[in-house]
Design a protein around this ligand. Structure first.
Ligand code: HEM
Length: 473
């Protein structure tokens, strides 16, 4: 082991802090430099921590298959314990994590997805009812609340969406501000304090809801009702703290990411009108007047699926994933010491020409069955990989397909801010606001939006910039 050297360091670090400020400001540009200087394995210095960046399918495979073995996920996301609970999910003992995961996963299998179609479509129609005939909107502040409505509706039920939505959404926005991957969590940042306060309120709201549901179960049982009734494999019922944290986890893990991905999907299409036309042609063939959007039609919409995959490749919102070396090991001839941070970066791996030819070109057909450039395992990793691969990937793809398809069916859009850029810093990489589109109704698809959705509490835009910036303003 003594023969092996630490991976070469990217240039441009400054004394004491190394690359920390650059990582907080512009992580992609920094990692791009490291890659050009040293290839797919290199290192960074983030103040007193060393970080190793691994790129490309083989390194990605190692990263995902060694998670929970050589690489610890729980020690890499310490904010998770503050936002959730010390015995919850990735922070629980591994066996307990697997038990909790086994409760979540069956609800998100492809064969379960049909139950969410109506909710997703109804919420999108309710948004379009509010948008009306024509106007302009900013993508994230408009699509963020839509995604939040869909999650609350799908996981907490109709009654909750109607009665308690507004307060829940406001608190949830503050709760999300507790995500902090780089700065120490003991810093008295106002957003971290607000996140803890909001967490206490959310626990109270959800605790009360669970109590009501135990007293008067809804029939037929919805997502929440079945979650309340679930058991571990040894027959123990899951307790309320775990149920509350599961709900918070599902809404949290899915809202910023999905809103960002749909926004990039729409931007990509508007910037490539020929491909957009082919999506519209396919829609016209399959959806006709759009009155019956069921799982069968959604499955047939292949072109929108390829575009969403191309968007996953070009604009991965989860632009980096992190682990911590649980012990010293060697990989690719380099020595990785215990406690080093280890990163994979979809944002760079997805643009390696040996994996995706002409990587900077938007070409959704690369994901058609004839070409499928993602057939090499771990080449497309926007939703992670291995045991911790995104539990909500099928839900997210279904949601994105439905929202984008319905919006495109009803409206013509023009992109007003022509060269959208991802937000700066080490955050979920959605497009910087304002990123506005002008819209005009192209077809009116009659759809009966349930009355309560037209008037239900409106979610605030997810995460104000301050809520996401890891640096205090
Ligand atoms: C475009 C939307 C989404 C993206 C890009 C995304 C991305 C990811 C990624 C990259 C991970 C793995 C993190 C790691 O390995 O460190 C992950 C995990 C996870 N995601 Fe998603 N996600 C999305 C939507 C959703 C939705 C809608 C849900 C829930 C309904 C969800 C639930 C989860 C959960 C529970 C995990 C943890 C899995 C585990 O550790 O067992 N995600 N997601």
């Amino acid at each position: 082991m003594a023969d092996h050297a630490f991976p070469p360091m990217a240039s441009g670090g400054i004394p004491v802090f190394g690359h920390a400020f650059q990582f907080l400001r512009a992580p992609t540009a920094l990692m791009e430099r490291g890659y050009h200087e040293h290839g797919p394995v290199f290192s960074l210095k983030l103040a007193n921590r060393r970080a190793v960046v691994l790129l490309g399918p083989e390194n990605n495979r190692f990263f995902f298959s060694e998670t929970d073995k050589l690489l610890s996920i729980r020690e890499s996301y310490p904010f998770f314990i503050k936002m959730f609970h010390e015995r919850f999910y990735i922070f629980a003992e591994f066996e307990e994590y697997l038990e909790q995961r086994a409760i979540i996963l069956p609800r998100f299998q492809p064969q379960q997805m049909h139950q969410y179609v109506t909710t997703m479509a109804n919420e999108t129609f309710a948004l379009m009812e509010r948008l009306g005939e024509s106007g302009t909107f900013d993508l994230i502040p408009t699509l963020g609340p839509l995604v939040m409505h869909i999650a609350a509706h799908a996981f907490l039920g109709d009654d909750f969406r109607q009665r308690l939505g507004k307060q829940f959404f406001a608190d949830f926005r503050l709760f999300s501000g507790g995500m902090e991957a780089i700065l120490p969590l003991w810093l008295p940042l106002p957003r971290l304090i607000r996140s803890q306060k909001a967490k206490r309120k959310l626990h109270k709201i959800l605790g009360k809801l669970i109590e009501e549901r135990r007293r008067s179960p809804v029939d037929p049982p919805d997502f929440l009702q079945t979650l309340i009734a679930s058991h571990y494999s040894d027959g123990r019922p899951i307790d309320d703290v775990v149920i509350i944290n599961m709900i918070l986890l599902l809404v949290w893990a899915g809202h910023e990411t999905t809103a960002g991905h749909i926004s990039w999907g729409l931007i990509d299409l508007l910037q490539h009108p020929a491909y957009l036309q082919s999506v519209r042609d396919e829609q016209a063939d399959i959806l006709g007047d759009g009155r019956h959007l069921s799982m069968t039609e959604v499955r047939q919409l292949r072109r929108i699926e390829w575009t969403l995959k191309e968007t996953e490749r070009l604009h991965p919102v989860a632009f980096v994933m992190m682990r911590k070396a649980a012990e010293t090991f060697t990989w690719q001839g380099f020595r990785i010491p215990q406690d080093a941070m280890v990163f994979v970066a979809p944002t760079l791996s997805h643009r390696m020409p040996e994996v995706f030819p002409d990587p900077d070109q938007y070409r959704p057909e690369r994901f058609s069955p004839e070409h499928d450039e993602s057939r090499q395992p771990h080449s497309l990793i926007g939703f992670g990989g291995g045991v911790h691969r995104c539990a909500g990937v099928h839900f997210a793809y279904l949601e994105m397909k439905i929202v984008l398809s319905l919006l495109l069916q009803q409206y013509d859009f023009t992109l007003l801010d022509s060269d959208p850029r991802p937000v700066s810093g080490a955050k979920t990489k959605w497009p910087t606001s304002p990123c506005r589109v002008q819209y005009r109704r192209r077809a009116y698809i009659p759809h009966k939006v349930p009355r309560h959705l037209s008037h239900a509490g409106e979610a605030q835009p997810v995460g104000s910039p301050a809520a996401h910036c890891p640096v205090p303003h």
